[in-house]
Write a protein that binds this ligand. Structure first.
Ligand SMILES: Cc1cc2nc3c(=O)[nH]c(=O)nc-3n(C[C@H](O)[C@H](O)[C@H](O)COP(=O)(O)O)c2cc1C
Length: 206
């Protein structure tokens, strides 16, 4: 009799064609992070190990798997911008994930326009309808259960300023269903969008 549940311990491998982990924890919002190096080179890269962690003050975070340019820039300057990726921006977002050398700006590579932020020195992406200006709060190196260091860093930042395209605000409410967010699925190439068809409402128990 075959067991109906596929079981594995990650340290011994998943036994499948592709690691299911990020397909299960998904689809995920994408942190499209702009940053600036200590010498002033602009950087832009997508991070889907990304989420929000606090409401007041708003704190967001993403994981740099390996010591990447974005992490080094935020360590050096303490600032970054999160930009929303929408469906029309999918291709250019993907271009900014190219492994460009630190002296090359992904803004230029992908033909995107940097616009000056209001409170920090890192620009936001003009083509993105929502951006958060952030100041780094913590950079936490991850550890295994036995305390060994992992070459992954969780970068956390407080959102100090927010830009929202007014067209996405309906009667004072941000309209997620019509903002055309792009979400990362799993596998080598899966993405999702969401729209009004996926929306349902459920109030919290009183
Ligand atoms: C949709 C998407 C999501 C990604 N998510 C992550 C992530 O969560 N963590 C990570 O380290 N790399 C992630 N990557 C890969 C980085 O974007 C890539 O390594 C990039 O070159 C890093 O740029 P940087 O060195 O300029 O920071 C992702 C790539 C794509 C296309």
């Amino acid at each position: 009799m075959t067991d109906s549940m596929h079981f594995y311990e990650p340290r011994h491998g998943h036994g499948l064609t592709h690691d299911p982990f990020n397909a299960i924890v998904g689809p995920r919002p994408i942190g499209w992070i702009s940053s600036r190096s200590a010498t002033g080179v602009l950087n832009l890269a997508p991070y889907s190990f990304f989420n929000a962690f606090n409401y007041t003050p708003p704190i967001i975070g993403f994981a740099s798997i390996g010591c990447k340019d974005t992490l080094q820039n935020i360590e050096a300057t303490g600032e970054f911008v999160w930009n929303l990726v929408t469906r029309p921006l999918a291709q250019v977002m993907n271009q900014t994930s190219a492994n460009a050398p630190p002296e090359v700006s992904e803004f230029e590579l992908a033909g995107l326009t940097p616009v000056a932020s209001r409170l920090i020195a890192v620009p936001r992406v003009a083509q993105s309808p929502v951006s958060f200006e952030c100041r780094r709060t913590q950079i936490v190196q991850l550890q295994t259960q036995s305390g060994d260091q992992v070459q992954t860093w969780l970068v956390l930042g407080e959102v100090v300023a927010v830009h929202i395209d007014r067209q996405l605000i309906k009667d004072g409410v941000y309209d997620t269903a019509h903002a055309d967010h792009l979400l990362r699925g799993g596998g080598p190439a899966d993405y999702f969008t969401l729209g009004p068809e996926q929306l349902f409402k459920m109030a919290r128990p009183g």
